[in-house]
Each structure stands twice: as structure tokens, then as C-alpha cells.
Write a protein that binds this ligand. Sequence first.
Ligand code: ACO
Length: 322
Amino acid sequence: MTYAEITGWGKCLPPAVLSNADLSTFLDTSDEWITSRTGIQQRRIAHVDTSDLATVAAQHAMAAAGLEANDIDMVILATASPDTLIPSAAAKVAKNLKMKQPAVLDINAACTGFLYALHVATGLVKAGMNNNVLVIGAERLTHYLDWSKRDSCVLFGDGAGAVVVSASEQPAGLLSSTLGSDTEAREILYISDYGTSADRFAQPAGIYDLNFVGPEIFKRAVTGMGAAVSQVMSSAGLAKEDVDFVLPHQANLRIIESLAKRLGASEEQVLINIQNYGNTSAATIPIALCEALEAGRIKPQDNIMTAAFGAGLTWGAGYIKW
Ligand code: ACO
């Protein structure tokens, strides 16, 4: 049987830091409000394109996997903030990395994007259709924010994370996963003034209106991610005590804590870095994976549970055998 093992990983976080104290110099907000409601203390701001962040993360992941650019069959880039509408940001990454003819594809499932991309890549590799797929989550959402809107601009940050998924005989990688969406909740999180539904004559340059109903998203995220995790654990035959480590999407500390509680996971078993980076959307999970590995918190053979939710509303959960 062929598996789709994660053989390399890497991340890229831009160096510029914007703290809650910095935000409160020009917004009616405070470190106390942001920290107590979200867990966020600071975030990174990129001055380069999403594809530039993605390229650096991908270079680290390929080096860790011991692969050259032309060993990669396909680049899947999960992002809701691509450099351009056409072509895809994945195409730019492939060009930056001097790849010759890889398949290139962007996926927009917002904050669940990385799990969607990993699910697709794993399916392709397990089916024997590809050998090495580069899976990236990268965002420069701060580029689109309205910095006069305190309810949204305090939440997000920029960054990228990548993994290489390779065909392997080892029973490792994403062994079970589920994806879904809540079609009733399409309107509770969206960016207006963009795309074919926008009034093209009224569209302001570079600033888009992020509309969301925070408490409703909060409720649906807790329920949706919880149900997805239960479904994956049941299909993989895992009990709570079998889970060694948890890699949650980082949108709100209280949502992460609720997932950890559901899984009976201790503080040491959950990667939390929202305080440093805010919500980097599709990039949160691969960045969290890298930080857990760098800190020696994931060991060979560990059972890892991961889960995310995002605009759509989309959700997903996965069981990764390390
Ligand atoms: N600083 C100070 N006050 C603020 C700020 C701010 N940055 N932002 C909002 N407020 C005020 C509001 O105006 C409101 O004031 P009012 O009661 O006088 O009207 C008050 O704080 C409470 O606002 P709520 O939206 O009810 O705050 P809540 O406790 O629900 O927290 C939050 C908001 C953090 C967004 C929470 O709902 C949440 O985490 N939701 C889930 C995640 C989410 O929605 N993320 C954004 C979308 S992207 C994604 O994560 C997939």
C-alpha cells in the first residue's frame, strides 16, 4: 500500500512585528481587550507578496525533504490572499523556485485551506498519480485590511508554512481526514467589493471590507471542528488517550482551549502560538507544525490531531501519523 508521508516542512514569518500596544496608538482598542478576547498579543506584517512568503517556506520544506525543485510534481498553495487574480500564486512559487513543469494550483478554503490542500495532495499521492507534492499555506491578509476597523484588523497576521508530501511505504502522513462546509453560514464571514459581484466602478483600491459575525462564527467553529474531530477519530479507531499532540487552527485562544478540552489534551499536548502571530489563516497549521517540531514536541510515531474552520464556513480535521 502507498502512503503519503510528510517528508519535509518549513515556514516563513516576516520580521516586522505589530503589537497590540502599537495598534492602540491609532485605534480605539487596547492590549487588554485584544488579549482577553482573542489571546493575540502581536502579529507579523509582510512587505512582500504572499508568493514570496510561500517560496521561502517551500525552500525550507524541500531542503528538509532532500528534494530538488524538479522532483516536485505539483504545487498546491492554499491562500485567500493571492498576489494576483490570474495567474495563481502557486504558479509564481514554481517560477521563483525555477521548477520546470509542475502542476500548479491555488485552493481557497480560507482558514481551512491548508487542510483542504493536504487532503487533496494525500489523495493524489496515495492514488499513485503524483510522487512529491508541495503543499503550502500562505497569506498576506494584512494587505487587504481596513486599518480603521478595530473589530477585524486586530485579528490577522501574515506568514507561510509548507510541507512536502511524498509516496512512501511507511504508514505515515495524513491517515484519515474529513472536510465539510456549512452552507447556511456563507454570509457570516465574507469580503465584499472584490470579484465579479463587486461594483467595479465603486471598488476602492486595495482595501476590502471584511464582514463577519464573530460570536456566530465562534459558536459554529466550536461545533463544526468538534464534530469533524470526532468523525476522524472514530474512522481511525482512535480514543482520546491515543492522541499525542494537537495542532489547531489559531483563530481564537478560547476556541483552541475548547477543542483541547474536548480531546482531553493537556497544555503540553497543544501547540498555541496565536499570541505571537494572530490568525494567519491558511498558514496557521503548517507554521504550528514547524514550531512543534523545532521545539521537539512531536516524536516519531506520534498521533497528531489537527482541525480548522474558516470562511464558507468550511471546516476540516485530520489524523496525522508522524
Ligand atoms: N478593541 C476594543 N473593542 C472592540 C474591538 C477592539 N479591537 N473590536 C470590537 N470591539 C467591541 C465591539 O464594538 C463591541 O462593543 P459594543 O458591545 O459596545 O458593541 C464589543 O467589543 C464586543 O464585541 P463582540 O464582537 O461581541 O466581541 P466578542 O467577545 O465576540 O469577540 C471575536 C470578538 C474575537 C471576533 C470573537 O467573536 C471570535 O473570536 N470569533 C471567532 C473567530 C472570528 O470570527 N474570527 C474572524 C473571522 S476569520 C476566522 O477566524 C476564520
